[in-house]
Design a protein around this ligand. Structure first.
Ligand code: FEO
Ligand code: CA
Ligand code: CA
Ligand code: CA
Length: 626
């Protein structure tokens, strides 16, 4: 049985923070106007000719055998158990778990105490998320996010896992952030190279530089940092990205949940509401660490919500927060080079009714050339989708928004509202196809679609790429840049897939034509393309396997063919967990996948604490897996 005594996932906690304006019985929700078939026809009519949604049409022009052979695995059924499952002919093994030492001075995890504070920044942190693998000389190094903590797991001796001391807070701060560590494959499979000179932990207290248009702005100045350019830590690191010049991008998502006020009379500044910053925090850092006390440091939360660049080749290198990439609940960062050499970074803001963004550098990337200004000097855009299948990236400038450049960087959500950006169904990971000029974004779900505005008062009509009211299953939108140039302002778009449940629904909630009883899932979240152009989709959704979610089983990872629309299930995670984070070994013979917030008994067995982990997956015949 799943042990229910552990904490809520961040999404579950967030759902409690953001109740609907009123309870709406699903049956009373306004019916989506078009039947499933009609919906598809509509999208087909609007979509670009080359990019038809669903498999029905395109599979008839492609041999089914050829399509099937692209996957290289036999799809697996759903599971409801507490293990990881992969297809026949593949095997998995744990690479590293929360609490495993990165340095030999740290002890193995003590399952009674959850580990001591003194070594909490010398071990693999909790809740693994986005990751990338870097080849540095002869070494392979993984940089990975530790998104948040489940305090009942980390502080098992505290009542309800509540923090009760400054040491408890420091321990939680140390278990989050980023880990950088070397890995190696030996006779017994992959393992961490303990004490590698490249191993590093970055926590909520690691010094970093604030760069870009908002650096030094009065809104970023604090009593401890009157310069507004030096900040401690990065938090709620969700998805990730890598640059062509070999650095890691970590993305600050739900930073709002870490700040609170010890003074009940403190009036929250107006801009806090749009970012969900409230006087109560999730972990009560503010009770023990004044930096997180809004009544003492009202500017501190304005120093979070950015993308941070980390150099994995130098453990002493100071991370850089890039304000030019905007401030919102950053999910991940997909970087691609435009034909003229400019750097394009696609980004999503994971909030109900918030926006999708992209950044285009002013300078151009040349291999081996100067890269220091490429993420600091450029133009931020926000996406506007039209129902006719076209769309545009609207530049966020003083002229288009009436805001200053620093204000656009700090209050990007407000800037997006000013130009009429399209409110989206919680943009999670963005991915760029390496073999075709197209981008994809997971729109995970949105209970408020068609029911409630976003926190800025922008309407959320059910239409365009967000077509279903109270969207509970999610969809993946993709766009095709004009002139095959990711720096273009214009694009066309379609939906690659709408998740749904044809066992339960016969309307748009049945999903698109490439959903069938063999590949059911909900809430697409993590997403990466492999080098062959297959898109890997990871889920973070309802895993009760009941009612509307019957037949979907545990969270999972599927592979999709962008050309045919075919989607097949490759992996299932333990019940209670989210599957998030994906990268490959340098030789592409191993796939590393993250298992976040599992419940007991994963992976150490009954009576042990549940441990978030990265698993290594190989084909038994040693062939490439991506
Ligand atoms: Fe941390 Fe939006 O997922
Ligand atoms: Ca999550
Ligand atoms: Ca996510
Ligand atoms: Ca999610």
């Amino acid at each position: 049985m799943r042990d229910e005594t552990y904490d809520l996932s961040w999404d579950e906690w967030d759902e409690l923070q953001s109740p609907r304006s009123e309870e709406t019985d699903f049956d009373e929700v306004v019916e989506v106007a078009l039947s499933r078939r009609g919906f598809l026809s509509g999208v087909l009519a609007f979509g670009s000719g080359a990019a038809v949604m669903g498999t029905g049409t395109l599979l008839s022009t492609t041999s089914a055998e050829a399509a099937a052979s692209r996957f290289g695995f036999k799809p697996i059924p759903i599971q409801t158990d507490f293990a990881v499952h992969v297809p026949e002919g593949y095997s998995w093994d744990v690479l590293v778990r929360w609490g495993d030492p990165l340095f030999s001075d740290a002890p193995e995890l003590d399952h009674t105490t959850g580990g001591d504070v003194a070594h909490s920044d010398r071990i693999f942190g909790e809740n693994t998320d986005g990751m990338e693998l870097f080849t540095i000389g002869s070494r392979q190094v993984i940089a990975v996010n530790h998104e948040y903590v489940n305090t009942k797991v980390n502080l098992p001796q505290n009542e309800d896992g509540k923090v009760a001391s400054a040491d408890n807070v420091l321990k939680l701060q140390n278990l989050q952030g980023v880990a950088v560590f070397e890995v190696a494959e030996g006779e017994n499979g992959w393992s961490v190279v303990v004490d590698s000179p490249l191993n590093r932990r970055i926590t909520h207290n690691t010094p970093m530089t604030i760069a870009g248009p908002a650096a030094g702005h009065p809104l970023l100045q604090t009593p401890d940092d009157p310069s507004g350019t030096e900040v401690l830590g990065t938090m709620n690191n969700c998805g990730a990205g890598k640059t062509p010049w070999g650095t890691y991008l970590t993305c600050e998502e739900n930073f709002n949940g870490y700040f609170g006020s010890t003074d009940e009379a403190f009036e929250l500044p107006e801009d806090f509401a749009r970012y969900g910053i409230k006087s109560e925090s999730r972990y009560n850092y503010e009770g023990y660490d004044a930096r997180f006390d809004l009544s003492k440091n009202p500017n501190e939360p304005r120093r979070f919500g950015y993308i941070v660049e980390i150099d994995p080749t130098d453990p002493e290198a100071k991370p850089i927060k890039h304000t030019a990439l905007g401030r919102f609940k950053h999910e991940n960062a997909a970087t691609v080079i435009a034909p003229d050499g400019r750097v394009v970074v696609y980004m999503g803001d994971d909030e109900r009714g918030e926006f999708m963004y992209k950044y285009v550098s002013n300078g151009v990337y040349t291999p081996g050339g100067e890269t220091s200004s490429l993420l600091g000097d450029g133009q931020l855009y926000v996406a506007k989708f039209e129902v006719d299948g076209t769309g545009r990236w609207i530049p966020l400038t003083p002229a288009t928004t009436g805001m200053g450049e620093a204000e656009i960087a700090i209050f990007s959500r407000m800037a997006g509202s000013k130009v009429g950006a399209t409110t989206m169904d919680r943009p999670e990971w963005v991915a760029v196809n390496p073999v075709s000029v197209e981008g994809y974004c997971c729109l995970t779900n949105n209970k408020n679609r068609g029911i409630k505005t976003n926190a800025g008062g922008d309407e959320t009509p059910a239409k365009g790429p967000n077509p279903r009211e109270a969207n509970k299953y999610g969809q993946i939108v993709r766009w095709f840049p004009a002139d095959e140039d990711h720096a273009s302002e214009d694009f066309t778009w379609d939906l690659y897939v709408m998740a749904g449940n044809p066992k339960v629904h016969s309307d748009a909630y049945a999903g698109s034509a490439n959903i069938n009883e063999g590949n059911l899932f909900n809430s697409p979240d993590g997403m990466m393309f492999d080098s062959t152009g297959l898109v890997w989709i990871q889920t973070d959704g309802n895993d009760d396997n009941e009612g509307e979610f019957e037949g979907m089983g545990n969270n999972q990872m599927l592979a999709g063919d962008p050309v045919t629309g075919q989607i097949e299930r490759f992996l299932t995670g333990p019940n209670g967990s989210e599957v998030t984070g994906l990268t490959w070994s340098a030789d592409k013979r191993t796939m590393f996948v993250g298992i976040q917030h599992p419940s007991a008994p994963f992976p150490d067995g009954e009576g042990k604490l549940p441990r978030s982990a990265i698993v290594a997956i190989k084909r038994d015949d040693g062939a490439m897996v991506g």
